[in-house]
Design a protein around this ligand. Structure first.
Ligand code: ATP
Ligand code: MG
Length: 254
């Protein structure tokens, strides 16, 4: 079985030019979901956000997951971008290891160049135009960086976030993204328990009856395990033709 042999190391960036789309939440929840599937000591989360959101939460909830706090702000940018870059490079020699990088909002070319060194980029966005327009621009910039270096990596995965309950149709989003080199991952619903999880303590989150959130993030973790860690995306991309590369997860599964 594929899952029993040691897999190549993977670096996963969570990024979008737009703020507040769920990058930190997704980084935290993905790390937690993967910790159920692979040894947690093989997971490192690099928190580059000065607000330390991921660091605060994970050091309390999952101390066995490695967390590195390397804030990327205009003042620290150069040094810490180089440190993240070094970490990613070193990680390539650690089979079975996964690095998840939570990045800050904003558009800095140096940050995009760094993100472009990853294996894949998770791009959370809501379905509202206020988020989709900047998200499309971000995807365009990533495509440009990839084209400039003639690379097929990183794979770009758009993650529909804060999706209203019952929404099953992502054809509008797929239509808008069809000329880009992206796949659409499983949707995460708009969940009150997630909206409030920063406010409280980790214990509150863990004790709460947040079964909807648990099931969405678990499904998301399984998607990442199959498509990213087990390399299913590489197969999709190796036989891709033109604009047929938008694969909403629901469809890819059938
Ligand atoms: N699926 C969801 N359902 C409901 N609320 C959510 C969901 N995902 C994220 N949120 C909420 O949206 C807000 C922004 O999320 P988060 O901080 O993860 O975004 P971000 O992209 O990291 O923001 P920033 O750009 O400031 O770093 C938070 O209050 C968070 O709890
Ligand atoms: Mg954040």
């Amino acid at each position: 079985m594929a899952s029993s042999k040691v897999k190549d190391a993977k670096s996963i960036f969570v990024a979008n030019v737009k703020g507040g789309v769920g990058k930190s939440t997704l980084s935290i929840m993905l790390a937690r979901a993967l910790a159920e599937k692979i040894p947690p000591q093989n997971i490192t989360v690099i928190d580059t956000d000065l607000q330390r959101t991921a660091t605060e939460f994970l050091t309390n909830s999952n101390p066995e997951i490695n967390v590195e706090f390397l804030p990327i702000t205009p003042a620290f940018e150069n040094t810490n971008i180089s440190l993240v870059q070094q970490f990613i490079k070193q990680n390539e020699f650690r089979p079975g290891h996964v690095v998840i990088v939570d990045t800050p909002a904003g558009s800095s070319q140096r940050l995009w160049n760094l993100v472009a060194e990853g294996y894949c980029v998770l791009i959370p966005t809501t379905l509202s135009n206020a988020d989709l327009y900047p998200t499309e621009n971000f995807i365009r910039s990533m495509d440009k960086v990839k084209a400039r270096y003639g690379k097929s990596y990183p794979h770009l995965i758009v993650c529909p976030n804060k999706i209203p309950f019952g929404q099953k149709d992502f054809s509008l989003m797929a239509e808008r993204l069809k000329n880009h080199d992206v796949v659409i991952g499983p949707a995460l619903r708009d969940l009150a328990s997630v909206r409030h999880f920063y406010n409280g303590k980790v214990e509150n989150w863990e004790n709460k009856s947040n079964t909807n959130a648990q099931s969405d993030f678990k499904q998301f973790g399984s998607f990442i395990e199959k498509y990213v860690l087990d390399g299913e995306l590489d197969k999709i991309y190796s036989k891709k033709d033109g604009a047929k590369n938008v694969i909403p997860f629901e469809k890819a599964n059938n």
